[in-house]
Ligand binder design. Structure first.
Ligand code: UTP
Length: 322
């Protein structure tokens, strides 16, 4: 598409200066079991947040942070995820003929964002295994990749820009964390961190290790992993050297732990905004409502309906402690 090419060129001219990665990886080969039966035929990554699939929101974030290429890790039969980023001439022709130009613009957005490639993970053998599939499509001079989990909406966007700055200054790999309430730590991978003595930004911390789903008493901090990673190319070598864990799965966090143990610098940026977990129906619904409330065409009516639905006696304090 002419418009798409112009948009991509404009982004690359702006971005090559700022970001320290060209390729953003979106692993989308998981089974999505928490969303069954919907995910029997519809990939979780295509479920819409209002009207836009989660993966398009994440691809937009990647493009805005300087990525030029999106590599989607898919599984056999999940072709629809990549098709979302491919021009559909029949649909576009029909919309143009009917004068539906606002819809045409919406449909063309995804394909104009960045160049899209895919690799196939034949079996869902874990996030680490999914990331490992990407090495073969990287250019020789790419020394880092960004990984964005399409389940995670980290808002407002922009944390990857901060992560890029941290890598440029301190090298190595940079991860993203959110500060969660103490009673929720057991649901997350939690970072063991130390302050960086010369850091100007107090949200940049050195990572000494990570504990998966710790009991509250064993949690080294309240900083939980959010789905954004800026990984040095050394991650691929580490992924080759770790052992698969439960269910034969290769864990990305084990490879990161190996890099830390070998002295590779790993830092975390604590993101002070909000986050939505699209990977489970409860989190997904919250995201959909949150996004819809912000939309001019749906927000006011939804707000009014929620008000009626919850009733005048609804008390958030009571509900939270019930
Ligand atoms: P999740 O564990 O959240 O996704 O993995 P899942 O496995 O699809 O979901 P459930 O737990 O069965 O409901 C985080 C991300 O990593 C990808 C998933 O697609 C998701 O985007 N992933 C996970 C892979 O690409 N391959 C895997 O083997 C596992």
């Amino acid at each position: 598409m002419q418009g798409g090419k112009v948009a991509k060129a404009a982004r690359s001219a702006r971005d090559t200066a700022g970001s320290c990665f060209r390729t953003a990886v979106v692993p989308a080969a998981g089974l999505g079991t928490r969303f069954l039966p919907a995910t029997k035929t519809v990939p979780k990554e295509l479920l819409p947040v209002v009207d836009t699939p989660g993966i398009e929101l994440v691809a937009t974030e990647a493009a805005d942070s300087g990525a030029q290429r999106l590599v989607i890790v898919t599984s056999p039969g999940k072709d629809g995820v990549v098709a979302h980023f491919v021009e559909d001439l029949v649909l576009e022709g029909t919309l143009a003929e009917r004068g539906k130009f606002h819809l045409l613009e919406k449909v063309r957005k995804a394909q104009a964002l960045l160049d899209v490639a895919s690799v196939v993970q034949e079996e869902p053998l874990g996030l680490g295994h999914a990331v490992a599939q990407v090495e073969s499509v990287l250019d020789d001079d790419e020394d880092a990749i960004a990984v964005l989990l399409p389940d995670d909406l980290v808002l407002p966007c922009g944390v990857l820009d901060v992560m890029s700055r941290v890598r440029r200054k301190r090298g190595g790999s940079v991860l993203c964390a959110i500060d969660v309430p103490k009673d929720e730590v057991s649901a997350y991978g939690v970072f063991d961190v130390a302050p960086v003595p010369d850091a100007v930004n107090p949200n940049v911390l050195r990572v000494n290790g990570m504990v998966e789903k710790p009991a509250l008493a064993d949690a080294p901090s309240t900083f939980a992993a959010a789905g954004r990673y800026l990984l040095d190319r050394a991650i691929f070598d580490a992924l080759r050297r770790i052992e698969p864990g439960a269910g034969g799965e290769l864990q990305l966090t084990d490879a990161i732990a190996l890099l830390i143990a070998e002295g590779h610098p790993v830092h975390v940026v604590v993101h002070r905004g909000s986050r939505h977990d699209l990977g489970n129906p409860g989190g997904y619904l919250r995201a959909a409502v949150d996004f819809a409330l912000e939309r001019e065409e749906y927000g006011p009516a939804l707000r009014e309906w929620l008000h009626h639905r919850l009733g005048p006696d609804w008390d958030p304090q009571l509900t939270a402690t019930d």
